[in-house]
Design a protein around this ligand. Structure first.
Ligand code: PNS
Length: 162
């Protein structure tokens, strides 16, 4: 059984992330999507539990996908779920430098391989950081995120349900 582990901050989960998960489901028997803390990114907007709930609501149509949210090392999650490989999306060359470094570190720590899926150009500009910024000032991000995430952003910033 081939199991992919797709890790990320997912703060919040967006359509570029969803594209990578959907494509991974065609390559692996099952896919575990893990919301983790990125210590380089303090001041998260959503708690890990909120992120997990939004992701579950956004991926109900994908029966081979399961979701975890944990505050631990990625290689420990990879071991716990018996991952065949870590899978990450690449939006642009600028993503590659840090992703390469993490892939090499994770392989040194545990032997787990990392595979990259290039996102489609229609999603390459979408970044959680920009979505948080646009949504905070009342901009419409509904074209870039699954509906449960759009609802959660509205509840977070203006207390309304779209
Ligand atoms: O979406 P991101 O922020 O690029 O994801 C980065 C993430 C969460 C995958 C990375 O920070 C991570 O693996 N965090 C868990 C702690 C860990 O294992 N750190 C060592 C990475 S080599």
């Amino acid at each position: 059984m081939r199991i992919a582990l797709i890790p990320g901050s997912f703060d919040p989960f967006h359509n570029g992330h969803l594209e990578v998960v959907e494509r991974a489901t065609r390559l692996f028997d099952s896919v575990v999507v893990a919301a983790l803390r990125n210590p380089q990114k303090s001041n998260a907007l959503f708690s890990l539990e909120e992120r997990r709930d939004m992701m579950a609501a956004s991926m109900g149509h994908l029966p081979t996908v399961s979701i975890v949210s944990v505050s631990t090392l990625l290689v420990d999650v990879a071991r716990d779920v018996n991952a065949s490989a870590i899978v990450k999306g690449l939006r642009a060359v600028s993503d590659f430098e840090s992703e390469l470094q993490m892939a090499q570190m994770n392989r040194q720590l545990s032997g787990v391989e990392t595979l990259f899926i290039p996102t489609s150009s229609s999603h390459s500009f979408i970044a959680s950081r920009l979505l948080r910024e646009v949504a905070r000032y009342g901009g419409d991000v509904s074209a870039f995120v699954p509906e449960p995430v759009n609802i959660a952003l509205h509840e977070k910033f203006d207390g309304t349900t779209p």
